[in-house]
Unconditional design. Structure first.
Length: 404
């Protein structure tokens, strides 16, 4: 495929409307846009304004949100009833369904009638952009924001392939291939090989993770920056689930009980719906509805985390050891890998107790080997190419693509 004379690529980005999924690839969007390319993120209409204001990205409206309260009820009901494996199956069934992948594919194809991209860049749980790219005959690039290896590949035969085969038939495409079609052109990873995908046999490029920031983010002005400093964040998906909230309360209660007995300063990300549940925490435990993680993390001594890949990439980049409570999708695999590499300790959130959390925090803070292991992984991260190198790789992919 030929690019225009000015060499300016048109790239459409598709993500599921979950902010952490956007954060997983927004720095790539910034890198391409900073080089002068026309990059637009396809989002629901209610997302466009705040995304432009918060991240400075260019968006295109593709209609109403395709994730709704029913989605929350289905996937977190599966987690409560059947554990992480059931959650993963329900999540992939939803993401490959007609009301999600089919809806996005149709809207992207309608958009392409008046603005045709040279390529689609999509996160690994968003399949509508991939399907539309297949119809248009343009390259598609998948960005690993976490569940690629743990969910998309593992569940490809059982869940993903049947769902995508049905969607492909609706679009006049042949069945989804035995190997994940999203991997066919290029996969982008922003983790070092020492962490994951060392045995990946599909085309893959690695780039250095860069901390994503919002324009409205500032360091907490009144936080007492004593030492050691513990930062707590259990992610942006699980804690905000109405269906899962009773279990989240139990987990938070065990963590806060442990932190009450730990000699430290604590900064905790605690969604607004939990403020009335925990109205009087100890004075050394400070909560914020939203913590500017990219700004805070490099200043702390320990990160208590759910283990999502965005947070893991942040903690590697900042060289901070972890205590991990993994829930679903990529969390368990990430937590196991951190434990294997010696950067942190894993606790099962299904059976977590305050005593376990306290013991793990005390051990990681006292044993300098955890910080050394994280620092070694950080060096591997910084040895990767900057994300601006992605522009050349994407250009090569577009120019060598046999279809137009």
């Amino acid at each position: 495929m030929s690019l225009p004379p000015d060499d300016r690529m048109r790239v459409l980005v598709t993500v599921n409307p979950i902010e952490s999924h956007l954060r997983g690839l927004v720095t790539l969007v910034d890198a391409l846009g900073g080089l002068g390319h026309d990059v637009r993120i396809a989002v629901p209409d209610k997302w466009s304004g705040w995304l432009r204001d918060s991240y400075g990205v260019r968006t295109v409206d593709i209609g109403a949100s395709w994730l709704d309260p029913d989605f929350d009820s289905v996937v977190f009901g599966a987690l409560l009833d059947g554990g992480a494996a059931a959650f993963d199956r329900a999540l992939m069934a939803e993401f490959t369904s007609a009301r999600v992948a089919g809806y996005v594919a149709a809207r992207v194809l309608a958009l392409a009638e008046h603005w045709r991209p040279h390529a689609v860049l999509h996160e690994c749980t968003e399949f509508g952009g991939y399907l539309a790219a297949e119809v248009l005959g343009i390259p598609h690039v998948v960005v690993d924001i976490g569940p690629l290896e743990a969910v998309v590949q593992r569940l490809h035969t059982e869940v993903v392939r049947p769902g995508l085969t049905a969607r492909r038939a609706e679009l006049g495409l042949p069945p989804e291939p035995p190997e994940p079609g999203v991997l066919r052109h290029l996969t982008v990873s922003m983790t070092p090989e020492a962490f994951n995908h060392a045995d990946f046999d599909a085309p893959l490029r690695r780039y250095r993770h860069e901390l994503p920031t919002r324009r409205d983010e500032r360091l907490p002005g009144e936080f007492p920056w004593g030492t050691p400093i513990v930062y707590l964040s259990m992610g942006s998906i699980g804690p905000r689930s109405t269906r899962y909230m009773p279990r989240s309360i139990e987990i938070y209660r065990e963590i806060f009980t442990a932190l009450a007995d730990l000699e430290c300063s604590v900064l905790a990300a605690l969604p607004a719906q939990y403020r009335d549940v925990f109205p009087s925490l100890p004075p050394h435990v400070h909560t914020m509805t939203r913590v500017p993680q990219s700004l805070v993390l490099g200043k702390v001594d320990l990160f208590i985390t759910h283990g999502g890949l965005n947070s893991i990439r942040d903690t590697i980049t900042c060289g901070i050891p972890q205590v991990l409570l993994p829930f679903f999708a990529d969390h368990p695999g990430n937590a196991r890998r951190c434990a294997q590499l010696g950067t942190g300790l894993r606790i099962d959130p299904a059976t977590v107790t305050a005593a376990e959390v306290l013991a793990a925090c005390e051990r990681v803070l006292a044993d300098t080997s955890y910080r050394r292991a994280t620092a070694e992984l950080r060096e591997r991260m910084y040895a990767l190419p900057r994300q601006t190198a992605f522009a050349d790789d994407l250009r090569d992919l577009i120019e060598t693509s046999p279809r137009s």
